[in-house]
Design a binder for this molecule. Structure first.
Ligand SMILES: *Cc1c(COP(=O)(O)O)cnc(C)c1O
Length: 412
């Protein structure tokens, strides 16, 4: 059974105080998880997690992660700004962008962020707009399909990102001529991987390519960036990834491939987003209406503006009705928001306990790619964000949008 990280009593109190809807984050869970990640990679002295800012671009969340030793992974001007304002700089920031405008490269250089190039043509582009830094990373796309334990997990060959393998050799040679001294290699091949085997497999691919590139070009490779992609259990029957098994699997690949090649000084980096925050956030809403037509509907005071994943990917987000955890789930509902779009459904044909107007509904695992993906369709305004602190206090860490925010870019 999947339970919210907050009790019904406490949630009722918070809802009465702040009003729904809101995203609520669990500081204790975030910190414990980050500490375990660092423990799992403690065998690698240079290990660092660069939190993927797009997953949860809240300054308070970034501060918590910074206190746990994380940097940020950015892909836009505003994400770089958010990092700078949060006190991240230089080697704390990874800039893993694509289709990058000149002014973003210039800003990344100004912050001394580590630039992760998405394409071979960006070498000249970067040289001309901001200059080539001494430390540089290239993103690898091996193409084909990515198979883990005999199943196809994703199709890198269809993904817009990265250099081909021959382009990496050419790119490294070119970067060396232009003065680059320290190299990194990056790849992101599978999203939301729930298997302990994904990172070790990815690591082996990157480690082998790194050894070849060192031999071919003489480049000094100082880090390997495994990027994001470690998943979280969205469904009650799924199990969390054993991060210690993941760290250990990467260590084995490191010892098999890098150490014998004399590359035992390579640091491991990650850019996890979902894994860092997903389970430690939930979207809390009140049931506004119930509708009985061709189907049974529960209408919430939140909508796809607050959480888009079910609407755009058909993603499963577990739903519980606060205070009814132990009631039998013997009613079938579509749980909907208020947008004039029929895909604005948090769940379709979901079995839940009998639900009433006024009930508090908890949508689980919204800590990553939840609030941040939101938009403003129908002039619907985005919800507030609250933090459940370690001492049990709850604070607002982002206010809800107001009509003035929505009108701020208009001229009347
Ligand atoms: C989205 C993204 C991440 C984070 O992905 P998760 O699936 O949230 O772990 C990391 N790196 C890059 C370059 C990304 O685009």
């Amino acid at each position: 059974m999947k339970k919210p990280f907050i009790s019904h009593e406490k949630l009722t109190e918070i809802a009465a105080r702040f009003g729904t809807p809101f995203h609520l984050y669990d500081e204790r869970g975030i910190r414990e998880n980050a500490r375990n990640l660092y423990k799992a990679f403690a065998w690698n002295p240079g290990y660092k997690e660069f939190f993927a800012v797009k997953a949860n671009p809240n300054s308070t969340i970034l501060r918590i992660l910074k206190e746990e030793g994380c940097g940020t992974d950015c892909a836009s001007y505003t994400e770089l700004m958010l990092s700078e304002r949060g006190g991240f700089n230089g080697s704390d920031i990874m800039f893993s962008s694509n289709v990058t405008p000149a002014k973003e490269y210039q800003y990344a250089r100004q912050l001394n962020a580590t630039i992760n190039l998405d394409d071979i043509t960006h070498i000249d582009f970067l040289k001309d707009c901001a200059g080539i830094p001494e430390t540089i990373c290239c993103r690898y796309n091996p193409g084909g399909t990515m198979e883990v334990s005999n199943g196809i997990m994703d199709n890198p060959g269809d993904a817009k990102y990265g250099f081909t393998r021959p382009q990496l050799t050419e790119g490294f040679e070119k970067l060396l001529k232009l003065g680059a001294k320290r190299f990194g290699l990056h790849a992101f091949l599978v999203s939301n991987a729930l298997t302990e085997l994904y990172y070790p497999k990815l690591a082996a691919i990157l480690f082998r390519a790194a050894v070849e590139l060192k031999n071919e070009t003489g480049a000094h490779i100082t880090f390997i960036n495994l990027s994001g992609g470690v998943g979280i259990p969205m469904k009650p029957e799924q199990n969390p990834v054993d991060i210690f098994a993941v760290g250990d699997g990467v260590r084995k690949a490191y010892e098999e491939i890098l150490i014998p090649a004399g590359m035992g000084d390579v640091a491991i980096f990650t850019e996890l987003g979902r894994y860092m925050l997903g389970p430690y956030g939930c979207l809390v809403s009140t049931v506004l209406h119930q509708k009985h037509t061709h189907k049974e509907y529960i209408g919430l005071d939140s909508c796809a503006v607050d959480l888009m994943r079910p609407a755009i990917y058909g993603a499963y987000h577990h739903i519980t009705v606060s205070g009814k955890d132990n009631a039998p789930a013997d009613f079938k509902y579509d749980v909907t928001g208020s947008l004039c779009e029929n895909n604005d459904k948090f769940a379709i044909d979901r079995m839940l306990p009998k639900t009433d107007v006024g009930d508090l509904v908890v949508i689980h695992d919204t800590g990553a790619h939840g609030y941040s993906m939101g938009y403003n369709y129908n002039g619907k305004l985005k919800s507030k964000e609250l933090l459940l602190k370690e001492n049990g206090d709850v604070v607002m860490i982002r206010r809800a949008e107001t009509p003035e925010d929505y009108f701020a870019t208009l001229t009347f």
